[in-house]
Design a protein around this ligand. Structure first.
Ligand code: F6R
Length: 257
């Protein structure tokens, strides 16, 4: 695992955007894995600028979203498909049909989830997956207690996640859906590179478990320790509970020199 600890969000976003930039220069038809939520917003803003400046293009690329709420109206502003369009896709040059997301309104959610999993494989798999982490240690919407080898599936959100996400729903937890469709941990682990972004003290415990805890279903993100190319980019607050933070800083400096 490569752990980068930064004092501000622009530095995190620049490192993440550089990794994506390098990928698309090397492989213009690469498949990008998209996370929703606040963690990657600076990365998306930097990439949007770079597309405008002609430094990177997604015109031959494809993208797969991690997850979706079940049952939100198609035009609901917090439906993840709409969030990604607003926060990223509308500002960059992916062809419109090239952004894929799980269908949270499919008449048969279980078959829809299996179909989505297959479509990722048929696209050749994800080259670089952007991830955030929940304060309960989820990645995508893989909540504690699930299989570490799961495929895309229908899940139930924890109350903690619904409370955390209520800020996007008028601070009203009753408006936050109870169910989701999410890529499974097994699906995510097949991506060729994982890049997780976390900011703020609210993520410190989850980041400590992710980097230094035992691999367990209690903290689903810990499965990333088993990935050969996982990057964890955090700010000082999110890194504040790490035992070995100084060592990770030293390793980061020395491996970049
Ligand atoms: C969203 C997703 C979630 C979020 C996580 C953190 O697609 O997969 O795992 O990344 O809940 O959310 P933020 O970034 O809003 O703190």
């Amino acid at each position: 695992m490569r752990v980068g600890i930064f004092s501000d969000d622009t530095a995190i976003g620049t490192v993440a955007a550089d990794l994506i930039n390098e990928l698309y220069l090397r492989k213009p038809d690469a498949v990008l894995g998209l996370a929703t939520g606040s963690s990657p917003l600076t990365t998306y803003a930097i990439l949007t600028e770079r597309v405008k400046e002609g430094r990177v293009s997604f015109a031959q690329g494809q993208a797969f979203m991690l997850d979706e709420y079940v049952g939100l109206d198609l035009d609901h502003p917090q439906r993840y498909r709409n969030v990604i369009d607003r926060e990223f896709a509308s500002g960059v040059d992916f062809p419109s049909h090239a952004i894929n997301g799980p269908d949270g309104n499919a008449p048969d959610l279980v078959s829809g989830a299996a179909l989505y999993d297959r479509s990722i494989a048929e696209a050749g798999g994800v080259d670089l997956q952007i991830l955030g982490i929940g304060s309960d240690g989820h990645i995508a919407f893989n909540e504690p207690g699930g299989s570490l080898a799961s495929r895309t599936h229908v899940g139930v959100l924890t109350e903690q996640t619904r409370r955390d996400n209520a800020r996007f729903f008028d601070n009203d937890i009753t408006q936050v859906p109870t169910h989701c469709v999410t890529q499974g941990l097994g699906t995510i682990m097949e991506a060729r590179r994982l890049v997780l972004i976390a900011q703020g003290a609210g993520k410190a415990e989850a980041v400590r478990e992710l980097v230094e805890g035992a691999v367990s279903a209690h903290w689903p993100a810990t499965i990333m320790q088993m990935h050969p190319d996982a990057w964890v980019l955090v700010d000082d607050d999110a890194a504040s509970a790490l035992d070995l933070a100084d060592y990770y800083r030293e390793v980061w400096e020395k491996s970049r020199a």
